[in-house]
Design a protein around this ligand. Structure first.
Ligand code: WTA
Length: 656
């Protein structure tokens, strides 16, 4: 495992970044779309540019505030306060304001379980459930500022749980259900969560995910957790620990149906969400109430052009930021009707998604490029079997989309009539930052186009100066409402990681280029994070896991391109003496990583090597490993302490 300095991005090298893509196709918004859109002209950009803070204040005034703010923005880099002095409870904008008038009985969530069970929950019903569950939390001693960990599958109770926390000012920390018990444990302990909300299990590709069982393993080592609430999803076997574990449905039966909202300062924390970093330890990204809500509300409204009778569907899991912002907070703040699906896209068949679109008349569909590449591989016969004519707008998120996938999405899923919004943003940015506005912006396959109104981004060089050749680092040059306010418990890491590269400008860690039309093309991560199927994995985290295996002495992990996943992991591993190399050991090492982190971190390749290539100062030369793993010709090797090592590694790789 190599040493890294958090935030210094020592290993970062922009490779081939000046190499502008050759994509020339342009798609203008269909006039019929523009005619009905929330944003019809470029005026919105001009208005926002002339007074960005005023623009966001206007957006914020469309939400429910208990007390209006006295100042739009207080910017003291790297600390921003938005809507200073304002007081609100976010659930009032998501629920209370929708339970009078025509939205009262409107479907908020049309949920479908993987086995085919269905539930439709209206705004009024969701409001009641959130209120009740907020009372359950209160009765179990949860107060404003307490952290509540949530480890749930994609069931409506997940939305209820997060909003119940928000109702009483507790800070939720959701851990994706695919993470291992150890990952769950580390996140619970980092945040000192007082409670865990989980389920007996969940369905995935017909299999059962034993969430409570995994949670029990984690909880053996989580002293801060006093109570555990268990949602009953199926009839899964589990152990109940008397005194600590509580059934969700039992408590809900007894709970009072109204819970007075706790009014929060605009800058009070709303949630923590952990994401990978360039070191082994995940970062607890902190978001606050007023700014975050304003950001997700307005981007959802304009980017997805949401209308009264739309049926929106985001296929992400709420365990990631996409689900937080564009399943829970953004859509509900806009009184949208949305589909929520529990399971896998290829269960029972590879047309499950298209069946769901057809059955529910989905009009807006938001997914990841990696999913689109899988659909392409499965073939167009699957979508062609279904009536997808209800769709009017498509979106992508999570990784760069290759133009071929964009074109396939446009033609096969969108029937050539739906605009595509390729949205760039991050866990840290809270909401969409670079995106087309579907009724205004012409799109180019592979480009996320322009910053959202009120957002300013640039492509700069190492020193923060705008680049002349179009390629460089992406930077956000002005504060924005949904920006992260910190890393839980680690001020220094927050400053080092995002704000130390250039004074006053945010460093997202992505390489990008800008073309003659001022369109942004995001090229991907330039640090030691790898984007696998749209999920961020730290190579350091996988390395430190591998070196914890008793047979491993050293490990270096690099990302290499993968046809479906975008990137995948190749692990170069040095073993202790007298360890036999065989297929079993490879499988064993891969499983070890899955057990310790989760299935998304499984290395695709494990390559054994007697040594790792290092510089004279002992730094592992990842670039060379990446080249070897990709079968490329090796570059300059003169800085190697033992140049022969590379040839040996290369030979072994070719034999593998
Ligand atoms: C990548 C997901 C290109 C990028 C919302 C970023 C993208 C990381 C795009 C954040 C896009 C996200 N085009 N790359 N449209 N959207 N990314 O925190 O590398 O899970 O830094 O947030 O995903 O991933 P995160």
């Amino acid at each position: 495992m190599a040493k890294t300095v958090p935030g210094k991005q020592k290993a970062a090298k922009i490779v081939n970044i000046g190499n502008l893509l050759k994509e020339k196709r342009t798609f203008t918004p269909p006039p019929t779309f523009t005619k009905q859109a929330h944003a019809r002209t470029k005026n919105i950009y001009r208005t926002a540019k002339s007074d960005p803070v005023g623009f966001w204040e206007n957006m914020a005034s469309e939400l429910v505030w208990k007390k209006k703010w006295r100042q739009g923005l207080d910017w003291n880099p790297p600390d921003a306060k938005w809507f200073v002095g304002g007081k609100l409870n976010v659930t009032e904008s998501l629920l209370d304001r929708h339970i009078t008038g025509h939205t009262r009985n409107k479907a908020a969530i049309i949920w479908e379980g993987e086995p085919g069970d269905k539930r439709t929950i209206t705004y009024y019903e969701l409001y009641r459930q959130v209120n009740k569950f907020a009372n359950v939390l209160k009765n179990l001693g949860i107060k404003k500022g307490d952290r509540v960990a949530i480890y749930l599958p994609m069931i409506p109770e997940l939305v209820v749980a997060m909003l119940a926390c928000a109702r009483i000012g507790a800070i939720h920390s959701i851990v994706f259900g695919g993470f291992s018990p150890e990952s769950l444990r580390d996140r619970i302990n980092d945040a000192h969560a007082k409670m865990l909300i989980t389920a007996d299990g969940s369905f995935r590709r017909g299999q059962i995910l034993p969430l409570k069982h995994d949670a029990d393993i984690a909880l053996a080592d989580c002293p801060s957790v006093e109570n555990v609430i268990v949602v009953k999803r199926g009839d899964f076997l589990l152990r109940i620990k008397e005194g600590r574990d509580h059934w969700y449905h039992r408590h809900m039966q007894e709970a009072e149906s109204y819970c007075k909202p706790v009014y929060m300062d605009s800058e009070d924390p709303l949630f923590i969400l952990y994401t990978s970093g360039t070191t082994g330890k995940p970062k607890g990204i902190m978001h606050t109430c007023g700014g975050y809500l304003t950001g997700v509300y307005s981007t959802f409204k304009y980017v997805f052009d949401i209308k009264e009778d739309d049926v929106y569907w985001c296929t992400a899991d709420i365990g990631w930021i996409t689900g937080h912002s564009y399943i829970t907070y953004g859509p509900l703040a806009n009184a949208a009707t949305q589909v929520m699906y529990e399971g896998a896209p290829d269960w029972p068949d590879q047309d499950r998604f298209w069946q769901i679109v057809e059955d529910n008349g989905v009009t807006i569909f938001y997914t990841a490029p990696t999913a689109i590449r899988s659909f392409m591989k499965w073939g167009r016969d699957w979508p062609d079997k279904h009536d997808l004519s209800s769709l009017r707008l498509l979106g992508t998120v999570g990784e760069p989309i290759n133009p071929e996938a964009w074109m396939w999405y446009h033609e096969v899923i969108g029937g050539k009539r739906c605009p595509i919004v390729d949205t760039w943003w991050q866990t840290e940015t809270g909401h969409i930052m670079i995106t087309p506005l579907p009724g205004v912006t012409s799109t180019k396959p592979g480009s996320a186009t322009r910053p959202f109104p009120g957002i300013e981004t640039a492509i700069v060089d190492e020193n923060g100066r705008p680049t002349t050749n179009g390629g460089g680092y992406l930077a956000v040059t002005k504060p924005w409402p949904g920006m992260l306010r910190g890393i839980w418990g680690d001020r220094k890491r927050f400053v080092d990681t995002y704000w130390s590269k250039w004074p006053g400008m945010y460093f997202p860690g992505d390489g990008a280029k800008i073309d003659g039309d001022k369109y942004f093309w995001i090229l991907g991560r330039i640090d030691d994070e790898i984007n696998i199927s749209g999920h961020r994995i730290s190579t350091m985290e996988v390395e430190s896991t591998l070196v914890a295996h008793p047979n491993v002495t050293e490990a270096a992990v690099v990302g290499i391109p993968h046809e479906l996943k975008g990137s995948c992991l190749a692990a170069f591993v040095t073993l202790g003496n007298h360890i036999d190399i065989n297929d079993k050991l490879i499988a064993n090492l891969k499983d070890f990583v899955v057990r310790k982190i989760g299935a998304i971190a499984r290395p695709d390749r494990v390559i054994f090597t007697p040594d790792l290539p290092k510089t004279r100062s002992g730094k592992i030369m990842r670039r060379l490993l990446r080249d070897i793993a990709m079968g490329k010709v090796m570059g300059d090797t003169t800085t190697l302490a033992d140049p022969d090592v590379l040839n040996r590694i290369k030979k072994r790789y070719e034999e593998d």
